[in-house]
Design a protein around this ligand. Structure first.
Ligand code: SAM
Ligand code: SF4
Length: 335
């Protein structure tokens, strides 16, 4: 048995307890703010971590580095073959386990994922209108998402959160509808500011609906009360939350661009091909896959992991002229 984990602390004193794991860079949608219509050059299978490699890295993260929560993402994580079996192996390691998905296929898998030990899901849904969904994702699949959400709730993957990226001229007119939809079904609505991480490099700051604008819009309709954020050992959660006065409806806002939360960031990311990133916006990665495949022992992997965190900068520079876009888009990092 290994000793108690030693916290994964960086030079600014931030303790990293949250690991985001991308299970695949592939996707069955083509959201316009994420990737081009033709998709991307997907990773060759041999470059993607095997289940065995992935479980080993998460074991090291939990047992040696003090990671307490693991979020599975992608690309579309439900496209990973044998996902329930992988989830069961990860759940055995004990972290809080969640999944971010576009919801397609969730109707079929939610029960098995819950039984395997998954705790929660976030389902991305930017519009409630079928035609608009088809334009936005370039696929006519909105009914699958509704079915997936319902199945997640029925399976007890609670709380079910709905993530939307509001974009001007695209879906900003549905912000209150989305809140009502989520509240009516017992889901929790969260809005995410659009970030310069699309594969096409087409991000346009003027199309981003900022947290301030969003709150102003919501404020025209409802009286909002801030929900006090509870600090954990790792940091403050990135979502700022508001409650509609007199109700139990809570709305989350993730203002990565206009109110960066880098100062309390507790996240580290592993790409589907085994590259460790200390930030969503990192321009450097550490090749854990090469290390594993060269026969390195757990201690060597732990050391590489700590080195990567030791190099973490104070924060992203989206708002400065010095900002450099990372080479990988969001879908290949794991959002
Ligand atoms: N395919 C899954 C999904 O859509 O939920 C998981 C991966 S996706 C990259 C994770 C989240 O990132 C989604 O909620 C998506 O809306 C969001 N996202 C994608 N591109 C984004 C961008 N340029 N800015 C902000 N959020 C983005
Ligand atoms: Fe796929 Fe998610 Fe990107 Fe949409 S946001 S294209 S669902 S990875």
């Amino acid at each position: 048995m290994h000793n108690a984990p030693v916290p994964l602390t960086d030079r600014f004193g931030r303790v990293h307890t949250d690991l985001r794991v991308s299970l695949t860079d592939r996707c069955n949608l083509r959201c316009t703010y994420c990737m081009p219509a033709e998709g991307l050059d997907w990773l060759p299978r041999a470059e993607v971590l095997t289940d065995e490699e992935l479980v080993r890295l998460v074991r090291i993260a939990v047992r040696r580095l003090g990671i307490t929560s693991v979020r599975l993402t992608g690309g579309e994580p439900l496209l990973r073959r044998g996902l329930p079996a992988l989830v069961a192996r990860l759940a055995e390691l004990g972290p809080e386990l969640s999944l971010t998905t576009n919801g397609i296929g969730l109707a079929r898998t939610a029960g098995a994922l819950r039984a395997a030990g998954l705790h929660r899901v976030n389902v991305s849904l930017d519009t409630l209108r079928r035609e608009r969904y088809r334009e936005l994702t370039r696929r006519d699949r909105i009914e699958d998402v509704f079915a997936g959400l319902a199945a997640a709730k029925a399976a007890g993957l609670a709380p079910v959160k709905v993530n939307a990226v509001p974009v001007r001229g695209v879906n900003e007119d549905e912000i209150t509808d989305l809140v009502e939809f989520a509240a009516g079904h017992g889901y929790r609505m969260r809005f995410i500011e659009s970030m310069p991480l699309d594969a096409q490099g087409a991000w346009d700051r003027s199309a981003m609906v900022t947290a301030d604008e969003l709150l102003a819009l919501l404020g025209e309709r409802w009286e909002l009360e801030p929900v006090e954020r509870v600090r954990s050992a790792g940091g403050t959660p990135p979502a700022e939350e508001w409650r509609i006065a007199g109700t139990d409806t809570v709305i989350g806002v993730i203002a990565s661009v206009t109110r960066p939360f880098c100062g309390t960031c507790d996240r580290v990311r592993l790409t589907a091909d085994g590259q460790l990133r200390n930030c969503l916006f990192a321009t450097e990665e550490s090749d854990l896959r090469a290390l594993l495949r060269s026969g390195a022992d757990d201690g060597a992997v732990e050391t590489a992991w700590r080195r990567t965190i030791a190099r973490k900068g104070p924060g992203h520079e989206i708002n400065s002229a010095a900002f450099v876009r990372p080479d990988r888009p969001m879908s290949a990092i794991g959002g």
